[in-house]
Design a protein. Structure first.
Length: 440
């Protein structure tokens, strides 16, 4: 569990995406099997889906090579009025797959991509057809053609991967999660969604932690989506609801005690110039004096007795913007100097707070009803480098949620990795043999 004040400290080392954990277990019953499920059984072209919803302002996304493939949800929020019903429909579809024995295990052994020919591609086609990613009338073949490439990209988009069309380790692991586990995941998240089925507000922000994504929602439609970087497994971003009440431009950053202990002291033990290079000042609040780094005993926890404040600027861990909302965990949303992290599929790097990609567009929307704060004014104050605190008129609601499976009215069924192991699936890592059998 994260400590209350855990937030970002500088840039974190890159981490490869964890192999998706799966589990075996008894199937939860009680779902009726429909005679046919045309919406869920047919593949939906994500490009067409986005074109039909071209009113959405997507903004810049550093995490995908192309907007149209990854943004398969159009303008429908993750938490829409119909999300619970959509999940129930998805559960019926997956229950039908389970009743038919589930999908085949795609064999490991080689990375699959367009142009290759293999018996494994034949099995891959069957797998993608059963989940509705590949149209049923494409036919049987051992060739990885453009139809399979598009289906793999659709699958990757639904599971939060970079839609590159290549079946590597991460994509393969997600494909080989059994259908009954996916069904249980949908049921677990149906409970979560129902608990938030009330009125959320005409304008609100939703942070979906497992998806590492932020939505701004207005009048029932997504205004923009922003890639996020959320808490590490050992410093988790909390689930909460609050209201955004203040924006800090060019903020100071006061280093939390947890980060002083876990990060700052170890960094100073390795590099005595770390504080100077990162423009972090030390103050003895008891005596109201500024200290030099040589006056602190870095071999002990002596540093916990002092305040560490990082000055505004390019190296500030919060970047140029901090978004405040009241909560007992002392977390917040913020900019970051580490823009490259938004380009990773695995975006669980922070110490509890949430970094927001394209943060200026996000804040422009938050301050829409606050007089004098349009995009030009925001750019001007950031360019000036001067500290400025702005009270948000209307105090926009914010919901930080944990949703690992959901569905849209258009028939898109989304899954994300249960990064904090909260789905209760008694997960075990499957080992996929070249024969195509899961070994426990």
């Amino acid at each position: 569990m994260s400590t209350p004040e855990d937030c970002n400290f500088g840039s974190d080392a890159g981490t490869s995406r964890r192999t998706f954990l799966t589990a075996s277990g008894s199937l939860l019953a009680g779902f009726a099997v429909t005679a046919s499920s045309p919406v869920w059984a047919q593949a939906i072209n994500p490009i067409d889906d986005v074109i039909r919803q071209n009113q959405v302002e997507w903004g810049d996304r550093f995490d995908t090579p192309g907007q149209t493939v990854a943004a398969v949800r159009s303008a429908e929020p993750t938490l829409s009025k119909s999300t619970a019903e959509n999940i129930e429909n998805a559960m019926q579809f997956y229950y039908g797959i389970v009743q038919r024995g589930g999908w085949p295990i795609v064999p490991d052994g080689q990375t699959m991509r367009i142009g290759m020919r293999s018996n494994a591609v034949n099995i891959l086609r069957q797998r993608l057809t059963m989940s509705g990613d590949l149209k049923q009338d494409i036919g049987v073949s051992d060739v990885f053609d453009s139809y399979v490439d598009a289906a793999v990209r659709r699958f990757q988009s639904r599971h939060g991967f970079d839609p590159d069309g290549i079946v590597g380790n991460d994509t393969l692991a997600a494909m080989n999660v059994p259908a009954e586990i996916r069904l249980r995941q949908l049921e677990t998240n149906l409970v979560r969604v129902r608990s938030m089925s009330g009125y959320l507000g005409d304008r609100y922000v939703m942070v979906n932690i497992p998806a590492a994504e932020i939505e701004t929602v207005e009048n029932g439609f997504v205004h923009s989506r922003h890639t996020g970087v959320v808490g590490k497994i050992d410093r988790q971003t909390p689930v909460l609801k609050s209201r955004i009440h203040e924006i800090n431009f060019n903020p100071y950053w006061h280093v939390p005690k947890s980060i002083i202990l876990k990060d700052l002291i170890p960094k100073m033990q390795k590099d005595r110039n770390y504080l100077r290079d990162n423009k972090i000042k030390i103050r003895d609040l008891k005596n109201n004096v500024e200290l030099d780094a040589t006056q602190v005993d870095w071999t002990t926890d002596d540093a916990l007795n002092y305040q560490f404040r990082q000055e505004p600027g390019a190296k500030n861990s919060m970047g140029s913007i901090k978004i405040n909302f009241h909560n007992t965990h002392a977390v917040y949303l913020h900019d970051t100097p580490s823009k490259t992290l938004f380009g990773n599929s695995y975006r669980f790097h922070s110490s509890g707070c949430v970094r927001v990609q394209n943060v200026r567009e996000f804040v422009t929307w938050v301050l829409e009803d606050t007089p004098g704060w349009d995009r030009m004014a925001i750019d001007d104050v950031i360019r000036s480098g001067e500290r400025e605190d702005v009270k948000v008129r209307g105090k926009v609601p914010i919901y930080m949620t944990y949703i690992t499976a959901w569905a849209t009215s258009g028939g898109m069924i989304h899954f994300r990795e249960d990064i904090y192991n909260r789905d209760g699936l008694n997960a075990m890592t499957p080992v996929v043999a070249q024969s195509g059998q899961i070994q426990q």
